[in-house]
Design a protein around this ligand. Structure first.
Ligand code: NAD
Length: 478
């Protein structure tokens, strides 16, 4: 049992006035731990602590090199607890344990360490000639107090994509985990202390939508950095606009893996397609859920892909050989099952999965599913499902593949597979999406910008662009 009573503010856990939140395993409903909900009054206290640390604490006088060292120390503290973090995140999210060390932890460390590496040389101040004669000093100042709101699917990683650049910029933070997966992020408090990050620089308040709404509306918050669904993102964007509060939105996706007609059908391709859609039980914003196959080689690629998905081992996420665990909760399972049934009714053909796995009535398990013969106009190809479901769409030629890939309200990630990387890159450059990998399912590079075109979001995380999102520019005209 993991118990985190209260909220983590000014370097210590103190009581909240909200009720207890029970965190249960999506695998079997077992009680894993408890946190406390922060009410609007508690959010006030947390924001006040962050503001005091921003304006009066040692952090406000820190140098870039000191902040880089603090980020590295935070990464070291997390890395030294890799096993316990992987255990708790796997349990609360349902991520297969054998994937979690890489998928949830190594990725998190990659974000902190790549950010720390660029901070010392980042141009926080530059002198440039003025077009009116004389000179201008352009300063890049911390945006201020950051409200960071994250989803449950990759709690440590999505928080790192906000905290690393916010710390690098010299901001202070109030972090709100999702009530579905708050345990790993609560445990982070030990690492914050061990890293010597001054009290008040990182504060953690748990809770659901109401806690998030209070943070978004708080006049003491200078910037909201949100990762979550497009629906919630629209509300948060609108609320921030009311107060001209800065906002970054990292939202949903319906990314395409485009397989070109010269591809070599081997285990690299098949494993890549499977990983691209099924990792974390299909609950990754950048999941490549639409598989675009050339009509000329459709069956030749579909068959081994469907066979590989059908062979995936479903089970308790804690077990070493599990490849697909449960989705986050029963409501999510039911939503996915309904959408799959509707797609089959509309003409899709289930070539793997398609119904609840046998022997898994307890917990929120969904069979890894491949739906073939899908038309890109069908709801299953348009709406984000956030579960282990791939849809396979046939296309005629490269132009058609690009048109289908771009025919989506989302634009977060994608992949192109080809025997000719230059041809694949040409196709990638025509895709209206934030990142595209060539012959790999990797959805992002830690040192490079990641984020959405269209309704997948506004702004970027990662790399120098990620740090810029936490800075305000000021020109001093000499
Ligand atoms: P969600 O939108 O329901 O919730 C995300 C977080 O926002 C939670 O902490 C929630 O409590 C809070 N929240 C919800 N509504 C709010 C509101 N009106 N005001 C303030 N806070 C609010 O999403 P989820 O179910 O936790 O996560 C799944 C979604 O996250 C998927 O759509 C997925 O694509 C997206 N996601 C995006 C990225 C990315 O980088 N683009 C990464 C991971 C997940």
């Amino acid at each position: 049992m993991y118990e985190y009573e209260g909220m983590y503010v000014s370097g210590k856990w103190s009581p909240t006035s909200g009720p207890e939140i029970e965190v249960r395993s999506p695998a079997d409903g077992e009680l894993l731990g408890r946190v406390s909900e922060a009410t609007a009054a508690d959010v006030d206290v947390a924001v006040e602590a962050a503001r005091a640390a921003l304006e009066r604490g040692p952090w406000s006088r820190s140098t870039p090199a000191e902040r880089a060292a603090a980020i590295t120390a935070l990464a070291d503290a997390i890395e030294s607890r890799t096993k316990v973090f992987a255990d708790v995140v796997s349990a609360e999210v349902g991520s297969p344990r054998k994937w979690t060390t890489f998928g949830q932890l190594a990725t998190t460390l990659g974000v902190y360490r790549s950010c720390a590496a660029i901070v010392p040389d980042y141009e926080f101040e530059a002198k440039r000639p003025s077009v009116m004669g004389g000179e201008v000093v352009v300063r890049r100042l911390p945006v201020g107090v950051v409200g960071a709101i994250v989803p449950w699917n990759a709690p440590l990683f999505t928080a790192a994509l906000k905290m690393a650049p916010a710390l690098a910029a010299g901001c202070t933070i109030v972090l709100k985990p999702s009530p579905d997966a708050p345990l790993g992020l609560s445990m982070l408090s030990q690492c914050i202390e061990e890293a010597g990050i001054p009290p008040g620089v990182i504060n953690i308040v748990s809770g659901g939508v109401e806690t998030g709404v209070a943070l978004v509306a708080h006049p003491g918050v200078d910037k909201i950095s949100f990762t979550g669904s497009t629906g919630a993102g629209k509300q948060i964007g609108a609320a921030c606009a009311q107060d001209v509060r800065r906002v970054t939105l990292e939202l949903g996706g319906k990314s395409a893996a485009v397989v070109l007609d010269d591809v070599v059908v081997d285990s690299t391709l098949i494993k890549g397609l499977v990983t691209g859609v099924m990792a974390n039980n299909g609950q990754i914003c950048a999941a490549q859920t639409r598989i675009l196959l050339p009509r000329s080689r459709y069956d030749e690629i579909l068959e081994p892909f469907a066979a590989a998905v059908a062979a995936m081992r479903i089970g308790d996420p804690a077990e070493r050989d599990t490849e697909v665990g449960p989705v986050i909760n029963v409501a999510s399972r039911d939503r996915i099952e309904t959408a799959v049934a509707a797609a089959i009714e509309a003409g899709a053909r289930a070539v793997a999965g398609g119904s609840r796995p046998e022997g898994f009535d307890e917990g929120s398990y969904v069979s890894p599913t491949v739906l073939a013969d899908v038309d890109n106009d069908m709801a299953i190809a348009r709406d984000e499902l956030f579960g282990p479901v791939a849809v396979v769409i046939a296309y005629n030629d490269d132009d058609d593949a690009v048109a289908v890939a771009n025919d989506s309200e989302y634009g977060l990630a994608g992949a192109v597979w080809s025997a000719d990387p230059e041809r694949a890159t040409r196709v990638a450059t025509r895709m209206q999406t934030g990142s595209v990998s060539i012959n790999s399912p990797a959805p992002l590079d830690f040192g490079s910008p990641f984020g959405g075109f269209k309704k997948s979001g506004i702004g970027r995380e990662g790399g120098p662009e990620g740090i810029a999102a936490y800075l305000e520019s000021q020109s001093i005209i000499l």
